[in-house]
Design a protein around this ligand. Structure first.
Ligand SMILES: NC(=O)c1ccc[n+]([C@@H]2O[C@H](COP(=O)([O-])OP(=O)(O)OC[C@H]3O[C@@H](n4cnc5c(N)ncnc54)[C@H](OP(=O)(O)O)[C@@H]3O)[C@@H](O)[C@H]2O)c1
Length: 277
């Protein structure tokens, strides 16, 4: 081989064959999509939902790809449920290589209307759970001196949005937690990163997409001029789960069509046609 010609990227860097990935909140939406992308890259899956019957059709789909899919009941707001899940999966699998902390919820309300219970629901589901699920699974990863933890954040991890105060606080917390855990567990061979999707249509935000005026407003603010398609997340989840990201930890990767580049434009016409800022 000519030593001056670079052989190009090693696609084995993205191969997850022989690895086991645990995805929380895999009964629908982005969690199911993340799980499918990891299975297509070769991983066997542990799938969680509060009710395992919600997972049955998806388990069948993953098995039809030739991968294992192991459903486990998990309520991420319940400490006993997290501990029981961890015990079950550590008994069933000798090693868990990848954890995707995806389960989450949202309460959209003006800040003045947010109740104590709204706050606890969102913070417990999105932030407290991310820590305690990671802690429960990292115990095994530390023993094997290997792990990839991917915490799902959001553009609200870095931006403030009216009507999303508890959600934004939870997602900002996930970003910060990611950095702390990366520092804590880096010496044990574990990377911890945050994948922060922009706006993707799922059950969680269906109601917004039914309002065409809101969709037009959203698209106007996204530099690539369209809302996210779930397949736009495939590369990022496989990258962060695989050997290819081995020297990246504590980072937040925004997959948002560029909406986080700026909250508003300096001109009403195309920004390249001059600015008075
Ligand atoms: N859609 C977006 O544009 C977007 C953007 C950025 C970030 N995110 C985040 O990405 C994640 C997935 O979003 P999505 O839009 O796919 O939401 P979704 O359709 O509402 O799905 C949420 C998932 O979380 C699980 N879940 C909720 N509460 C739970 C609990 N207490 N215990 C265990 N599982 C629980 C649900 O499972 P069961 O109901 O079956 O238990 C479901 O599988 C969420 O964390 C969300 O905040 C979404």
């Amino acid at each position: 081989m000519n030593p001056h010609v670079h052989p190009g990227p090693d696609t084995a860097l993205f191969d997850l064959s022989g690895q086991v990935a645990l995805v929380t909140g895999a009964s629908r939406g982005l969690g199911q999509h993340f799980a499918r992308a990891l299975a297509l890259a070769g991983a066997d899956l542990i799938l969680t939902s509060r009710r395992t019957d919600n997972l049955a059709p998806f388990v069948a789909e993953i098995e039809s790809l030739g991968r294992r899919a192991h459903p486990v009941a998990l309520d991420v707001r319940d400490q006993a449920s997290i501990l029981s899940m961890a015990e079950q999966v550590h008994a069933a699998f000798p090693q868990i290589h990848i954890l995707v902390n995806n389960a989450g919820c949202n309460v959209r309300k003006p800040a003045l209307d947010v109740t104590w219970d709204d706050w606890n629901l969102v913070l417990d589901t999105n932030l407290r759970s991310t820590f305690f699920v990671a802690q429960a699974i990292a115990r095994g990863m530390v023993q094997h001196r290997y792990g990839r933890i991917i915490n799902i954040g959001s553009v609200t991890s870095v931006f403030g949005y009216a009507g999303l105060a508890p959600y934004g606080a939870s997602r900002g917390g996930v970003r910060q937690l990611t950095m702390s855990l990366a520092d804590d567990w880096g010496p044990h061979g574990i990377t911890v990163n945050c994948l922060a999707p922009g706006w993707f249509r799922t059950a969680q935000n269906q109601v917004l997409y039914e309002n065409q005026a809101w969709v037009d407003y959203l698209v106007d603010r996204i530099p690539v001029k369209r809302p996210g398609d779930v397949h736009d997340l495939d590369g990022a989840i496989v990258f962060l789960a695989s050997e290819s990201s081995r020297y990246i930890t504590g980072q937040t990767l925004l997959v948002d069509g560029g909406i986080s580049t700026g909250a508003m434009r300096a001109t009403v016409s195309h920004p390249s046609k001059g600015s008075n800022s």
